[in-house]
Design a protein around this ligand. Structure first.
Ligand code: ZN
Ligand code: ZN
Length: 367
């Protein structure tokens, strides 16, 4: 059938809306009509060429909507169901079978390969194959094909068009705090970067009962939002060295850190902010893929520091997204407060609004 998609023709280009052909769902696949799709940093990293993906291609990986058709063998969802889509994984490797699909050994091929596992694409423009299957969904479009494995049902309690970010940015921040770092109630957390992932981490920390939640963010409006979501302190890292400001609040240093910046000077300040047995979780994608950290080995050993790289907040979408939805239903996880909606047709304007900080998380909705 025909659909409209936001195509990336080449590296660095704006998105262009085009009518393309989307195939029927194959075995294990789910065709859905997109109600909303979040804009995530990873979509733009593809556009800038920081991550591999074939051009022309369709990205978008925080889609939600209504199931229109299912392929052979699909039992998890049926036509008419409300779903959100998340990242894809193989289901068979050592990580997938240990409920850690975010560390699937085939994560790159399944999410960035631009085709199905057999090399075909569900998307075509005339005679040309179009890159698809981005995060197992390519949902910057009116219709998208996902997999039974990476869709989860969305109950009526959640506005359908807002559910997509649960599948990436929101679960990454909240999962980093609730699962990867597993911050205990009464502990302390520093979050560097008050974007959608960092603020989702704040929401997770509030739900967990973390006592001291410090957000480091240069933008005043985002510091205010952080405080209104339950952060106990919000500091400007450009005003004075971050470690100095953290140690005024916590003289012994902070126990947990969620870094969303992936910037070496920020991480250097973080290490100086960490207390004994400090645990740093890193979710950011560095703009320079060669970026490396120089850590004093004696300091790391003597202070008992640990560093953990984090993908998707260690989420197993089938269990973690329902857990976040339950917290939302209890009024303890208001992730919708991070979201601004814009019409799908304004995707290029949305990129600008998110980049200049006017919006924390834009969700593009179809009229
Ligand atoms: Zn796997
Ligand atoms: Zn994402």
């Amino acid at each position: 059938m025909k659909t409209t998609a936001a195509i990336l023709e080449a590296q660095g280009n704006d998105f262009t809306l085009q009518e393309i052909e989307i195939s029927d769902p194959g075995p294990g696949e789910v065709l859905f009509e997109v109600a909303g799709v979040g804009l995530c940093h990873t979509d733009l990293a593809v556009r800038e060429g920081h991550l591999p993906f074939p051009f022309p291609g369709v990205v978008g990986h925080e889609g939600s909507g209504t199931v229109l058709a299912v392929g052979e063998g699909v039992t998890k969802v049926a036509v008419g169901d409300r779903i959100a889509a998340s990242f894809n994984s193989c289901g068979q490797c050592s990580q997938c079978t240990a409920d850690q699909p975010a560390y699937c050994v085939q994560f790159m091929e399944r999410n960035f390969g631009g085709t199905r596992a057999d090399g075909t694409s569900a998307l075509r423009a005339g005679d040309q194959q179009v890159g698809s299957n981005f995060f197992g969904q390519s949902s910057f479009a009116r219709h998208a094909i996902a997999h039974e494995r990476n869709v989860v049902p969305v109950p009526e309690s959640v506005p359908l068009e807002l559910a997509g970010p649960l599948g990436c940015g929101v679960q990454t921040g909240a999962g980093a705090v609730l699962q990867s770092l597993d911050c205990e109630p009464g502990s302390s957390l520093l979050v560097t970067g008050g974007g959608p992932v960092g603020l989702s981490g704040v929401l997770g920390a509030v739900a967990r009962g973390v006592k001291t939640i410090i957000v480091s963010e240069p933008m005043a409006s985002r510091r205010e939002l952080a405080l209104s979501l339950g952060a106990t302190h919000a500091v400007d890292p450009l005003a004075r060295p971050l470690s100095e400001q953290v140690r005024e609040i916590l003289p012994e240093g902070v126990r947990y850190v969620l870094d969303t910046t992936a910037m070496v000077p920020v991480v250097t300040e973080i290490i100086a902010s960490m207390g004994q047995r400090g645990h740093l979780g890193m979710v950011g994608v560095p703009s320079n893929p060669e970026a490396a950290l120089n850590v004093n080995l004696l300091e790391m050993q003597a202070r008992g520091l640990s560093f953990t790289g984090i993908v998707e907040g260690n989420s197993d979408p089938d269990t973690f997204i329902p857990e976040l939805i339950r917290l939302y239903e209890q009024g303890r996880f208001p992730f919708d407060r991070l979201i601004t909606t814009m019409p799908f047709e304004q995707i290029n304007e949305a990129v600008t609004a998110q980049a200049n900080g006017e919006s924390v998380k834009v969700v593009l909705v179809h009229s």
